[in-house]
Design a protein around this ligand. Structure first.
Ligand SMILES: *Cc1c(COP(=O)(O)O)cnc(C)c1O
Length: 451
């Protein structure tokens, strides 16, 4: 189940890497503690068993999946060097790889002349985007939807930028009627468009937000940490396809290679359409930047030390699976979405469940049928646990009851939110497992309803 075959490729690559340093005299001695290495490594393996099986198709809960083997191996390979992309001195090869890999991501959004780099994750990337936004529109507000990632509010606080929440429509997307009225009142510096919300995968109506920008001149930051790669998918619904078609018109974009880009954690990416924002990063560090005349990505990053290994892993992954429509990577995303649609149809057709809206990307949300919202919420948790006992791992989420609209029928609306079941079907293999996932969900639900 856990790929071991590819380890031989790693051994070969380590030898090849070593060949690059063959003329050096061999250092003496070894790292301390090597005699007990295997023992401690096995103890580590024992500890790591205490995890959900994120690598398995029956894990269909949160946004978690293992990196592609090439990413894992390229990362591990780079660990023999441990480059630091803070500056060229810390990692020449991986600095170049970062530039190439980031340019490929930007090209996916139609950008050639841009500024961007890798960072620790979506939160850091959003922090940087809002930090730039705040400097370009100082004293003005940041707006994001109520379903935007919760860290936008906290980041705005850290940056001393005023933040306002915009309501969502019944499909979890920013309500642009309310937004239109709000921006007309003035004082708005930046609107965050979430291109795939973390909870439901809803895509904010970017075309309408762009129209408002023409009139009111605010910045648009596209938080595509989760959904960004779906710009390559060719099986989206009309609204989400229209939104992704225009994502390149945003002023900044955040995308997380460690979510849908098959990377280990510690790999986010921020991109700016105008390379001129580089001036905002100006500093006069006396020690790190003397080694090149050309811009190094460490100079335009809020973080200093950054793992060169993350760049090596991303570069290798994109070389194996290029970011192109119709390619194996894009087809994988499309399969996840198909899996979500298939599960949605099964749940919708079964009277024991009530679905909210159809998935825009690859996330399905639903509740068990019950007399009241409170009862449905309790049942959701019990089904979550019953499914886990059958090795099917879903997630629970707390979402506004209005996402279920008329579908709730006579269910008593005695709460504002529903604790619902949520399934993120982000692995391409999920599509082959939908029948088995459904069978386990169905059995678990039957067991809960009968008890
Ligand atoms: C996951 C996510 C984030 C936060 O990214 P991290 O990589 O977890 O720091 C921000 N925005 C959206 C839309 C996300 O899905």
């Amino acid at each position: 189940m856990l790929d071991q075959q590819s380890l031989s490729a790693l051994l070969e690559a380590v030898k090849r890497l070593e060949g690059g340093f063959a003329k050096l005299p061999a250092p003496e001695g070894e790292a301390p503690g090597m005699a007990r290495l295997a023992e401690v490594l096995n103890a580590t393996a024992e500890r790591l068993r205490d995890n959900y099986p994120y690598f398995h198709p029956l894990y269909a809960g949160q946004m978690l999946k293992p990196p592609h083997p090439i990413a894992r191996l390229a990362y591990a390979l780079a660990m023999w060097i441990n480059p630091n992309n803070h500056a060229l001195d810390g990692g020449r090869a991986t600095s170049a790889m970062e530039k190439e890999a980031v340019a490929e991501i930007a090209a996916m959004f139609g950008w050639k002349n841009f500024l961007g780099h890798l960072c620790g994750g979506g939160t850091m990337a959003n922090l940087e985007a809002l930090w730039v936004a705040g400097q370009l529109h100082s004293g003005k507000k940041i707006l994001a939807s109520e379903q935007a990632h919760y860290t936008h509010k906290r980041i705005s606080g850290a940056l001393h930028l005023e933040f306002e929440t915009m309501p969502c429509d019944e499909r979890g997307r920013m309500d642009t009627d309310v937004l239109a009225k709000r921006v007309a009142r003035g004082d708005v510096g930046t609107v965050v468009a979430t291109m795939g919300t973390t909870a439901t995968g809803s895509v904010d109506p970017l075309p309408e937000i762009l129209t408002l920008r023409e009139r009111y001149g605010f910045r648009i930051h596209a938080d595509a940490a989760y959904g960004g790669y779906f710009v390559l998918a060719e099986n989206l619904g009309a609204d989400s396809a229209a939104a992704f078609l225009r994502i390149g018109e945003a002023d900044s974009i955040v995308i997380d290679p460690h979510k849908h880009g098959l990377q280990p954690y510690g790999c986010g990416c921020v991109l700016f359409r105008d390379p001129g924002v580089g001036r905002l990063y100006k500093h006069d560090s006396p020690y790190t930047y003397f080694s090149s005349a050309e811009l190094h990505l460490g100079e335009i990053s809020l973080e200093c030390s950054r793992p060169g290994a993350a760049a090596a892993a991303l570069w290798a992954t994109q070389r194996l699976l290029p970011l192109e429509k119709g390619g194996a990577f894009a087809r994988g995303l499309e399969r996840g979405r198909k899996a979500a649609q298939a599960l949605f149809e099964k749940v919708r057709a079964d009277s024991r469940f009530v679905v909210a809206f159809a998935p825009e990307l690859d996330i399905v949300i639903f509740v068990p049928t019950a007399a009241s919202a409170s009862e449905a919420s309790v049942l959701s948790r019990r089904i979550f646990e019953a499914a886990a006992q059958r090795d099917l791992h879903l997630a629970v989420a707390e979402l506004p009851i209005r996402f279920w609209g008329e579908n709730l029928g006579s269910m008593k609306r005695d709460r504002e939110t529903l604790t619902c079941l949520r399934s993120v079907l982000m692995k391409p293999e999920h599509l082959d497992w939908i029948d088995r996932i459904w069978e386990k969900l169905s059995l678990s639900t039957q067991a809960v309803l009968q008890s």
